[in-house]
Write a protein that binds this ligand. Structure first.
Ligand code: UDP
Length: 234
């Protein structure tokens, strides 16, 4: 196996499947099975989950809501998604722990780095909910932050597209895909991988990012087995 400990970032929107809002249980169980397969190979898996399928602070602010209030709603949305993912993983008999960056002790453990690492060593999947616990951040930033903290080998960003392209492949037919690209080339070409805060944090800490299509069954396993899937930023 190429990696021992990974941090998987799943956006809230990924959980919608073909819906316009909320959580698609079928999509969730597909993800759970893919995750189970790599856990069974001995890979330590931590997951940061987004909340965009339920609420985003910026969207609230554009409708006149206080931004911090909206961001708190967004962070709680990530906890809801975390609970859903935990349940889907447990249905597949994968041991999990949900840790939250905002205290919500009846529902999730508080985020404690050493405890998270211990869970991982014991083969439990650790889901990080609540983002960074701070407004004005995104769950991409939370993903990079947690990946660095738990000393993950790589951050895997599961998306709907199969990697990073020279232009938006859904809009531009001439767009070509990169297999590998450097952090500085992503910046100089103005490509979108993550928001700037998250991306810079990853670059400064030399944490590679793999962007890949999470909706293609077996992709996770292929990546951890060393196959060239998606785009690697390093
Ligand atoms: N959020 C936040 N701080 C964080 C992470 C998330 O305030 O550290 C809020 C923010 O409002 C964000 C929402 O939670 O819009 C959902 O997260 P995100 O947009 O990153 O979810 P994704 O796009 O991955 O579904």
């Amino acid at each position: 196996m190429t990696y021992k400990r990974i941090l998987l970032k799943l956006s809230g929107e990924a959980l919608m499947g073909n819906r316009q809002y909320g959580i698609d249980p079928l999509r969730l169980s597909e993800y759970a099975r893919d995750i189970k397969d790599i856990v069974n190979k001995g890979i330590e898996v931590a997951i940061v989950i987004g909340g965009g399928n339920i609420f985003r602070g910026v969207a609230g602010a554009s409708n006149g809501m206080d931004r911090v209030q909206g961001d708190h709603m967004g962070m709680l949305a990530t906890v809801i998604n975390g609970l859903a993912l935990q349940s889907a993983l447990e249905n597949e008999e994968v041991p999990t722990r949900l840790q939250s960056a905002i205290k919500i002790n009846e529902v999730a453990e508080p985020f404690i780095r050493r405890k998270a690492m211990r869970h991982l060593e014991k083969g439990r999947v650790v889901i990080f909910g609540g983002g960074t616990g701070n407004p004005y951040f995104t769950t991409d930033s939370a993903a990079v932050l947690r990946a660095i903290e738990i000393e993950a080998d790589v951050i895997m960003k599961g998306t709907r597209v199969d990697g990073i392209y020279s232009a938006d492949p859904e809009k531009d037919a001439t767009a070509s895909k990169f297999d590998n690209i450097s952090f500085s080339d992503v910046l100089s070409k103005g490509l979108k991988v993550m928001d700037t805060t998250a991306f810079t944090l990853s670059q400064e800490n030399e944490l590679p990012i793999i962007v890949f299509d999470m909706n293609k069954k077996g992709n996770l396993m292929k990546i951890v087995s060393g196959e060239q899937i998606g785009t690697t930023v390093s």
